[in-house]
Design a binder for this molecule. Structure first.
Ligand code: GLU
Length: 290
């Protein structure tokens, strides 16, 4: 029987907080229960915001929590060539296109087209207008040669058409502590997502999907905040022919104000709690994990 594989995949662009501790400890607990593997993956494709100091902080905090993981740790910034190869494949298959509009241009376009009802993604961001998708190849090449900034966006419509006329079969298995249910993936809710930048040959979605497949991840245990992103990732998995992992989206740990924790909340930062002398068992009790 193949071993079940879990992963905790933080980004070193800030300090870890209690929400990360919950995700990490839950992965550890589920991996242990399944006699499976636990991987740690450093998601540092954003080379302007991720730093070695934050990465060192992640290792320190996780060791303090008593987590152990397999080594070597996969660091995404060391694998750009692999992402580039996948991006090239998507370009060759005409499933992505260069998108040139800046945020300001998108806003102006939507305002001009009478934008009140313009569709928005689950984060409330307006979907990318369909103009660039229709640009002639010659014009695309001219702009790229002229160094106009762009990002590669997935042509979701083309991608869905490529897979099947009726995509209701793209699903994911969503688990909770007590049950597993099948959820229909809705990648179109996000519009044409960015899959790579001009200088960085990947995006969060593309790197996660490729790495989960390369690392044989069977169970993705992560926060509810990524629940609707799973639809996009399922679409990419299908396009690339990767197996689908099972998903467990855990509850979010909220701050005293009832909001999702952010990396700027000093008082729920793990380093601050450790330095204040909080025993790990109290952290676990706080997270209802003891
Ligand atoms: N790197 C992502 C984050 O820190 C998590 C990715 C994932 O679990 O899929 O929010």
């Amino acid at each position: 029987m193949t071993l079940l594989t879990f992963r905790f995949a933080p980004s070193p662009n800030g300090e870890l907080h209690l929400g990360h501790a919950y995700a990490a400890l839950l992965n550890q607990e589920m991996a242990a229960q399944a006699d499976g593997r636990l991987l740690l993956r450093i998601e540092d494709i954003d080379i302007t915001r991720c730093t070695p100091e934050f990465e060192a902080g992640i290792f320190r905090d996780l060791e303090w929590l008593g987590l152990s993981w397999e080594r070597p740790v996969r660091r995404q910034s060391e694998h750009f060539a692999e992402y580039r190869a996948v991006l090239d494949r998507l370009i060759a298959e005409e499933l992505v296109y260069p998108a040139f509009m800046s945020r300001g241009e998108i806003r102006a376009f939507i305002a001009e087209t009478g934008g009140r009802d313009w569709p928005r993604d689950p984060d409330g961001v307006p979907l990318y207008p369909p103009l660039d998708k229709a640009l002639p190849v010659k014009e695309r090449k001219r702009r790229i040669a002229d160094n106009v900034p762009f990002a590669w966006r997935l042509d979701v419509e083309a991608a869905m058409a490529r897979l099947a006329a009726d995509l209701s079969w793209i699903e994911f298995m969503d688990e909770t502590m007590s049950a597993t249910r099948t959820v229909a993936a809705q990648p179109q809710d996000w519009g044409d997502v960015i899959v790579a930048r001009r200088d960085i040959p990947t995006s969060y979605h593309l790197a996660v999907v490729l790495d989960d497949a390369l690392q044989g991840v069977s169970h993705v245990v992560r926060g509810q905040d990524l629940y609707s992103a799973t639809g996009v990732q399922r679409l990419l998995q299908e396009l690339l022919g990767h197996p689908q992992p099972r998903y467990f989206h855990h509850r979010l740990i909220l701050g005293p104000d009832g909001r999702k924790l952010s990396k700027s909340f000093r008082d729920t930062g793990l380093a601050a709690l450790r330095e204040a002398g909080m025993p790990v068992r109290d952290v676990k009790r706080l997270l209802e994990l003891d």
